[in-house]
Design a protein around this ligand. Structure first.
Ligand SMILES: N[C@@H](CCC(=O)N[C@@H](CS)C(=O)NCC(=O)O)C(=O)O
Length: 219
């Protein structure tokens, strides 16, 4: 049985979505982010604090102190995109790489999204929720995203998918990274293949199930 550590208001969405896509049995241990607790005025090191990313028990499991983490019968793994690639290979089927080239392509696009897209996309996400959005930061983030989003748009237009012309585990991670940028609608209106691809990803039953779990989550 796979145990997933991490609340659904975190990058654990990627793992929950993947687990649901792959039909793997899992149980949920909702570890909360310590910074989120502090923002809510709760002390993460208090004796009665909920399990969180600075709890000694969690740090013993994962010294990185970040969620998500999985424990698959004693195999402990962090980093959401690595977790998802592992889960897909474990489950097999069309979401998994069929050979070394597909594995490399999935790794490539996952790392591309994590290193070239995620930070700027998070700026958009944070500002979308802010009482006074930072217009300069938003413009800089949109400018930084132009080339990487063009790269994905080109790949989708040419190949009909990110890897292998089909929905794979790489789509889960990349779609969840791009979700942070979604409030910047002009970025997607200018890239119709990317916009349609993200909508198709988010219409999948496994995404919807993950989203319902997240919406129902009490933090
Ligand atoms: N690259 C990591 C990032 C993990 C990460 O930053 N997780 C955040 C929540 S989304 C976290 O655990 N923050 C807790 C903390 O900073 O104490 C991944 O994709 O898994």
């Amino acid at each position: 049985m796979i145990t997933l550590y991490g609340i659904a208001h975190s990058r654990a969405t990627r793992t929950i979505w993947a687990l649901e896509e792959l039909g793997l049995a899992w149980r949920h241990v909702p570890v909360i982010q310590a910074p989120r607790m502090r923002r809510m005025g709760r002390d993460p090191l208090a004796a009665d604090a909920a399990l969180n990313t600075v709890s000694p028990a969690f740090l013993r499991l994962s010294p990185a102190g970040a969620i998500p983490v999985i424990d698959d019968d004693g195999f402990v793994l962090g980093e959401s995109l690595a977790i998802n690639l592992y889960l897909a290979e474990k489950a097999g089927g069309p979401l998994a790489p069929s050979d070394a080239i597909e594995r490399a392509r999935m790794t490539e696009v996952s790392l591309y999204a994590a290193t070239w897209i995620e930070d700027a996309a998070l700026v958009i996400d944070k500002n979308a929720e802010a009482a006074s959005p930072d217009a300069a930061a938003l413009a800089a983030a949109a400018a930084k995203l132009a080339r990487p989003l063009d790269v994905l748009e080109g790949r989708l237009a040419a190949e009909g998918g990110l890897v292998g012309g089909r929905f794979t585990i790489a789509d889960v991670g990349v779609a969840e990274i791009l979700r942070y940028a979604r409030p910047a609608t002009a970025l997607f209106d200018a890239r119709p293949h990317l916009k349609a691809w993200l909508a198709a990803c988010q219409s999948r039953p496994a995404f919807q199930k993950m989203w319902a779990l997240r919406e129902a989550e009490v933090i």
